[in-house]
Write a protein that binds this ligand. Structure first.
Ligand code: NAG
Ligand code: NAG
Ligand code: NAG
Ligand code: NAG
Length: 402
């Protein structure tokens, strides 16, 4: 507009100064006047409401025209608009902080390479996804567990956004691993949203090939190398899924979920899963079933016990083991599983969990078509005051030492 506005003036100037004829001189004056008038009128109409507001928000300057202000909420006390985020080429990255919105994150994470061969050397990694309220309370145990295995795992932590505890030390494996999080209420469908958020963040790293969901009260039952090969070598997924009659099973189904999800599709299972990359991709890309759960399975429906078991059994049941890798004790009854405190933790107790579960019934389970006693890789729920005894026994019982 600048150069456009200047050119008629200089043209007119030339006409005025160099015209040898008085009539031509007059004509040039008329031309100049008419042009100026028209230009003025157009400018006047076009920017009728034009005005500048210079705002200082959060120490940053931002300029709004009054037009844009009409379409936006008042800028007072709102942060300045984020810088426009142009998608960049997807890349493998180890950084969990990104400025992506939830929709952008899901979309970006849903991409899968069509060429299966990797163009670079890479060891497949296991993504350990911690779903917590506050800090990872058993972090010192996990530090011992992961020690010496850098490059074979990635850690992601989703804690409540209100958690304001200090960042773990620089040399901690949990340093910088907290992903952008949102509020999670136990039982609420936003728990699944948090799980999907964890999966999507973990999928951004192409090296992650297995994905396990870990609770804040979870402990590992074997050393890293055993758990790593168990997961990486498995031909099946570990999403517990079973059909249960009665109020806490089929009773939680709502007919409003039909026809997408029918009563005979309805499954129950533990929320703690271990899945491979292709299933993780399917879970975060599910735009058909998950919205139905968001709408009709909230509150006392306990979506976290039904969404994945139902979705996986409906669409990907053939490659599912239908069992969970996380042991928990429901034997005491009630709506919550047993908690283990300091005095519960003994070498015998840990050995029992390592040999197929707490029931003592044995029998083992199936792994890649064969029977094994290694049924559970993790166990919950352990309290913070059990930590010192866990640290004392785990290295020996679980062969943590290399
Ligand atoms: C952290 O949050 C708690 C409550 O959630 C609050 O009492 C405390 O003052 C907060 N601490 C800081 C440093 O913000
Ligand atoms: C997977 O199993 C094969 C054969 O049993 C073994 O050679 C390989 O080392 C295992 N892979 C991992 C990552 O443990
Ligand atoms: C798990 O359940 C699905 C059906 O939901 C079935 O197709 C699959 O064979 C089962 N897997 C095992 C190991 O029994
Ligand atoms: C891990 O534990 C197994 C037994 O469960 C043991 O055979 C193996 O040597 C241990 N690995 C390391 C690296 O300590």
């Amino acid at each position: 507009m600048k150069s456009h506005g200047q050119s008629p003036i200089s043209v007119a100037g030339k006409l005025i100064n160099y015209s040898p004829h008085p009539l031509l001189n007059l004509l040039s004056y008329v031309f100049f006047f008419v042009f100026g008038l028209t230009f003025g009128i157009i400018l006047c109409f076009h920017y009728k409401s034009f005005s500048f507001n210079l705002q200082v928000t959060n120490g940053q300057f931002s300029i709004f025209t009054s037009r844009s202000l009409l379409n936006q909420p008042p800028p007072i006390n709102t942060p300045p608009p984020p810088p426009s985020k142009k998608p960049t080429a997807p890349k493998t990255h180890d950084e969990v902080l990104h400025g992506m919105s939830e929709r952008e994150l899901m979309w970006r994470a849903s991409m899968a390479p069509k060429i299966k061969e990797f163009p670079f050397e890479r060891a497949p990694k296991v993504a350990f996804m911690f779903l917590t309220r506050g800090p990872v309370i058993l972090a010192p145990l996990w530090e011992r567990f992961f020690r010496g295995h850098r490059g074979l795992y990635s850690i992601y932590v989703h804690s409540d956004p209100s958690f304001n505890g200090s960042e773990p030390d620089r040399d901690s494996i949990f340093h910088g691993r907290r992903i952008p999080s949102k509020v999670v209420q136990w039982g609420n469908v936003n728990m699944i949203e948090a799980e999907r958020r964890l999966l999507a963040n973990a999928l951004l790293d192409f090296s992650n090939q297995r994905f396990v969901l870990i609770s804040e009260s979870c402990i590992p039952l074997y050393n890293f190398s055993t758990i790593y090969s168990y997961l990486i070598n498995s031909t099946q997924n570990f999403v517990e899924s079973y059909d249960l009659a009665g109020p806490v099973g089929r009773g939680r189904y709502s007919h409003k979920m039909g026809p997408t999800v029918k009563l005979h599709d309805w499954r129950k299972g533990s929320q703690w899963f271990g899945i491979d990359r292709s299933l993780a991709l399917e879970v975060i890309s599910d735009t058909s079933y998950f919205p139905v759960f968001q709408k009709y399975c909230d509150g006392s429906c306990y979506a976290d016990e039904h969404y994945l078991p139902t979705f996986v059994s409906m669409k990907f049941g053939g490659r599912n083991s239908n069992r969970t890798l996380t042991w928990v004790d429901w034997s005491r009854g009630g709506p919550h599983p047993a908690k283990f405190v300091r005095t519960d933790v003994t070498p015998e107790f840990l050995e029992r969990l390592r040999s197929g579960g707490g029931g003592g019934g044995g029998g083992g389970c199936e792994y890649n078509g064969e029977r094994t006693n290694v049924c559970y890789l993790f166990a919950r729920k352990f309290t913070y005051n059990a930590l010192d005894r866990l640290l004392r026994f785990a290295p020996k019982v679980m062969h943590f030492n290399r």
